[in-house]
Design a protein around this ligand. Structure first.
Ligand code: AMP
Length: 274
């Protein structure tokens, strides 16, 4: 590893945890990490498809794996070090100790993917111990994941600062995701309709209920779409958003065929009229 000598950025170790199958969204996180670390700090990227965050019947076995392309993206985006452990190296005979956040992890994906955030917290906790970063970068694409990790590091006193990066999208608005490669050409064609419906719903409505209702109705009309959830939540607590007095997020999970896509966008505050 590079020596962490004096000057601005010195001593910083900026970590980008990923499951590999890297795309422009991950590359943006790594470039941001490089900027934060400056040339004096160290940027570490992990590539690990974590089995414990996949439920039975989910896509662990078929999750895309492309290590040489990932290494090239890490290199060209400014990573100094890549950590790509095997499942055996990470878990040995299987862990009997886990980390479980029990509040922020409850709604949204926590409800539809029981045990998912337990797997995420446990692996991120282990990676934080192994990598010992000063900063860790996460994408807003996984809004709930960031909220859960923030609570975990606060509750368990991990000495890490969390930095978030906006969702990187395709030109047509679809959030970049390793899972987009599962989409058939027809599913890929209609997929941007999800975020378009979300944006329109936020633009055209005032109350959180009306936003959710319109987004739900429009997403239902997308051919092949099956809604897992459409919810407006408080941006930080993820509790249901009751008014526009607090910053919110409109968060959705939608199956297109067998592929589950998630996305979220801001629901900004509105000052009440006199
Ligand atoms: P993953 O490999 O899907 O576990 O993602 C690793 C990190 O990249 C997480 O912090 C994600 O939130 C982030 N990420 C994934 N897709 C995007 C995207 N389209 N824009 C920004 N960050 C992303």
């Amino acid at each position: 590893m590079k020596r962490e000598t004096g000057g601005a950025g010195a001593g910083l170790r900026v970590f980008v945890p990923t499951m590999g199958a890297l795309h422009d969204g991950h590359a943006a996180l790594i470039r941001r990490a490089r900027k934060l670390a400056t040339s004096r700090g160290t940027v570490v990227v992990s590539l690990f498809v974590n089995p414990t965050q996949f439920g039975p019947g989910e896509d662990f076995a078929k999750y895309p794996r492309q290590i040489s392309r990932d290494l090239e993206i890490c290199r060209s985006s400014g990573a100094d070090l890549v950590f790509a452990p095997s499942v055996e190296e990470m878990y040995g005979n299987g862990p009997t100790t886990v980390i479980e956040e029990t509040e922020v992890a409850g709604p949204l994906c926590g409800r539809s993917r029981p045990g998912h955030f337990r797997g995420v917290c446990t692996v991120v906790g282990k990676l934080f111990h192994l990598v010992a970063p000063t900063h860790a970068l996460f994408g807003e694409k996984d809004w709930q994941q960031v909220a859960v990790i923030r609570r975990m590091i606060s509750d368990l006193d991990f000495p890490v600062r969390i930095v978030t990066h906006p969702t990187v999208r395709e030109k047509d608005g679809l959030a970049k995701s390793s899972r987009n490669s599962y989409l058939s050409p027809e599913e890929r064609r209609v997929a941007p309709g999800i975020v378009k419906a979300m944006r329109r719903a936020v633009r055209e409505n005032r109350s959180p209920e009306a936003i959710v209702r319109q987004a739900f109705q429009e997403i239902c009309l997308i051919p092949g779409a099956r809604i897992d959830y459409v919810e407006a939540v408080e941006a930080d607590t993820l509790q249901p958003l009751k008014s526009r007095k607090k910053n919110g997020r409109l968060a959705v999970a939608v199956f297109l065929g067998r592929t589950r896509l998630i996305d979220n966008i801001p629901v900004p505050t509105i000052r009440s009229r006199r």
